[in-house]
Design a protein around this ligand. Structure first.
Ligand SMILES: Cc1cc2nc3c(=O)[nH]c(=O)nc-3n(C[C@H](O)[C@H](O)[C@H](O)COP(=O)(O)OP(=O)(O)OC[C@H]3O[C@@H](n4cnc5c(N)ncnc54)[C@H](O)[C@@H]3O)c2cc1C
Length: 410
């Protein structure tokens, strides 16, 4: 009989850990409190599952300890991930470095896992509510409403607080804290930002290219560029998601957060200035709202004129130098006050989690409790948008699964 490994959580990282532990000879039991596995996987990539990204750089992962995430990612790389999924029958497609299953269905990724778990010595217990976990010399005893499960090693793969409807409700942090682990305050990340200005009501549904710079107490904290989405309460879209974790952390610390948006991101400041100057000259006989037509979305144009304090019906030729400057400023450096990030319900991931300083950076074993391992989002590691969070789940799951199965029982 193989080593008994218990895993809490049948999400992306827990199932990966189960496959690797079982392939390494362990007998695995997964304890999942939802009625089925992988609910979050089904929502990923708008139902298509952006399972990894071929461009990997340290800056794509944020973590409480420099080099921690990289050390795990290099033990189970993107190449290993693609080979792993090919082995499960998932043929992939590459969209500009963003990797998806060829079926374009997240459900096929989940199916592939379930088939593999079926083939291996893995037992999954669903709707299993954990009441207590005891540890003695022989290992762990997990007391649940479905019975007591014993294992020599225990992997906590219970996710974060993001998208709690999928099962990750933060209870994993409590289990980790019960073993004495420090939890870095979890906060919503990859999430929309709420802003103070009233005019957002007029902007709902607008999409525009933009470069967003996020300032915390006046200092640049993060920036990104791409398609912004404006909502009736603030800003959304991938560039907003990418900077959102810095906003969440700063707002939690009660710091002042502002975002400055350039709606002409494809031009340098000089090019934008020349273009606007020439356009003002060429369109001197038009109204200001006509001047904006064809440049930016019409709803956005109205609001930016309002921000610049210029009535849309004013003739372009009547604008003073000061007004022209304000208009340029509104188009290329629109400033908005960020008041909150949206809640966990809307977040794709959380920043924060189990403090990685108390976790072994090679094996993902707890430095406090022998035989206890962590993987996935429960750890204080969050990736940027684009397949990086699932890559972290696959890599950390593979490392934790293999380590738990192969370490000597204590
Ligand atoms: C809408 C959305 C879209 C996303 N799209 C992408 C994408 O395209 N690409 C990408 O890289 N990332 C994406 N992500 C992020 C990615 O899905 C997560 O980072 C990843 O699923 C985390 O894996 P995990 O195993 O750590 O946690 P989870 O997948 O959340 O799994 C945790 C599991 O543990 C179970 N659990 C929790 N507590 C307990 C408990 N006490 N007892 C028993 N079971 C428990 C949960 O029910 C759940 O099944 C997306 C996230 C969301 C919400």
């Amino acid at each position: 009989m193989g080593k008994q490994v218990l895993i809490v959580g049948a999400g992306a990282s827990g199932m990966t850990a189960a496959v690797h532990a079982a392939r390494a000879g362990a007998d695995v039991t997964i304890l999942e409190h939802k009625d089925r596995a992988g609910k979050k996987i089904l929502c990923t990539g708008n139902g298509r599952c952006n399972l990894t990204n071929e461009k990997q750089e340290p800056r794509c992962y944020r973590c409480g300890s420099a080099g921690f995430a990289e050390g795990i990612l290099e033990q189970f790389t993107v190449e290993d991930t693609l080979a792993f999924f090919r082995g499960l029958g998932i043929f992939t497609k590459d969209r500009n470095g963003y990797i998806y299953p060829h079926s374009d269905q997240a459900a096929s990724v989940l199916q592939a896992f379930l088939q593999e778990l079926d083939r291996l010595p893995v037992t999954a217990r669903y709707q299993c509510r954990i009441q207590q976990i005891a540890k003695d010399k022989g290992g762990f005893a997990v007391v649940s409403d479905k019975g007591v499960y014993k294992g020599e090693a225990l992997i906590l793969a219970a996710g974060s607080k993001a998208a709690p409807v999928t099962g990750s409700d933060g209870s994993g942090y409590e289990l980790a804290a019960g073993f004495g682990h420090r939890i870095v305050t979890p906060l919503p990340a990859l999430v929309q930002l709420r802003c103070a200005e009233k005019h957002y009501r007029k902007l709902a549904g607008v999409r525009s290219d933009g470069e967003i710079k996020l300032y915390v107490d006046g200092k640049l904290a993060a920036w990104d560029r791409g398609e912004l989405q404006l909502t009736d309460y603030g800003i959304s879209g991938i560039p907003t998601f990418q900077v959102s974790r810095y906003a969440s952390v700063a707002l939690h610390r009660r710091q002042k957060v502002t975002a400055v948006i350039n709606f002409l991101p494809s031009l340098t400041v000089e090019e934008a200035r020349d273009m606007i100057r020439e356009r003002l000259k060429a369109m001197a006989g038009r109204t200001c709202i006509q001047f904006m037509n064809g440049l930016l979305n019409s709803k956005l144009s109205e609001v930016l004129l309002e921000v610049a304090g210029i009535p849309g019906q004013r003739a372009v030729r009547s604008l003073t130098e000061g007004e022209k400057k304000r208009l340029f400023q509104a188009i290329t450096a629109y400033e908005t006050r960020v008041t909150a990030s949206n809640p966990y319900e809307n977040a794709q991931v959380c920043c924060g989690g189990v403090d990685v300083k108390q976790v072994d950076k090679r094996t993902l074993e707890s430095k406090l409790v022998k035989g206890l391992y962590f993987c996935g989002e429960i750890l204080d590691v969050d990736g940027i948008c684009g397949g990086y969070n699932l890559q972290w789940a696959w890599s950390s799951g593979a490392v934790a699964g293999k380590s738990a199965a192969c370490s000597k029982g204590r």
